[in-house]
Design a protein around this ligand. Sequence first.
Ligand code: FES
Length: 377
Amino acid sequence: MSGEEVKPPSEAELAKMDRDQLVELGTKLDGVTLVEYPDPWPVKDTRAEKRAERLVALWFAISGLAGLLFVVSLIWWPWKYEAPDNEHGHFLYSLYTPFLGITLGLAVLGLGVGILLYTKKFIPHELAVQERGDGGSKEVDKATIVAQLADTGTRSTIARRSLIKRSAGLGAAGLGLAAAALPVASFIKDPWKNTDNKESLWHTGWQPEHPGEVVYMRRNTGRPHEVALVRAEDLDAGGMETVFPFRESERHDEEALSAALHRSDNPVMLIRLRPADSARVVKRKGQEDFNFGDYYAYTKLCSHVGCPTSLYEQRTNRILCPCHQSQFDALHYGKPIFGPATRALAQLPITVDDKGYLIARGDFIEAVGPAFWERKS
Ligand code: FES
């Protein structure tokens, strides 16, 4: 440790000093003693040096390529669900998410390892001892620290290492492209392009697939392939049951039966009001005939951010969402009366068929669940 008092140079002296002198001055002014300051590659262009350079470049290149692969797979990989019986399609589909994770992870890892290796192999590893000092930076300190940093850059030989510079650029570009692709990818591959079918955000599994198709209400028995339809007399007054869509064409299609139970916007709360409560119902304009007698059906997807509104309180006729405590009034077309939700729960128009089974009279007339960009209300 240096205990000597160093006299700062005058402005004229400072202006005349070259970088080496400034580095030396800077260390002295900071009370720093450089114990070791070795050149990492004192003999230029050795095979070991070239090997180190190629190793750093390799990691940057891995990062860049992985970033590019991430972008390509995010946008163009066959990501749509393919059933297991389509062996090739299902295999590719099952790789989609792992591939995204691996490529983005490699892009970040490659850049990180490249930077670490470059620091380890090319930045001088000086051993310095510095005295503690008080107060802000003076002009002379600023000039000397800039000189020190520039000197470190020069000694790291980055200026003549175009392979590393180019591969680092590729790595940074790939990673930057991957980061930029995340918000814009959905504009290129738009999963909701066809807004008329039940796969879009505007419709649910309750939408008939052709005119005249009957969509029944089905309960979940815990056995995905069992079909248990709901009849009007199945619920007691004041009761609630979660129901799912069922169409005859899917009776023997195990995959479709299972998918109907798992699709997030399919669950509907079927509520049978008590007769006294039923008399107090206020219906929404345009939805006056959506109920069947005392039966009302509301989506189970909260209009706040889409949690399942699973709790129905018979005494107050309130529907509660456990996520952020929104409450909806079942007697008032499911309108929000407490909490952060601002839109009413979408109501499913229902009736019974000639055998007494409860059926939907069509899909919801508005998108269910939380807001999305294209939604106006
Ligand atoms: S998701 Fe229901 S209150 Fe927030």
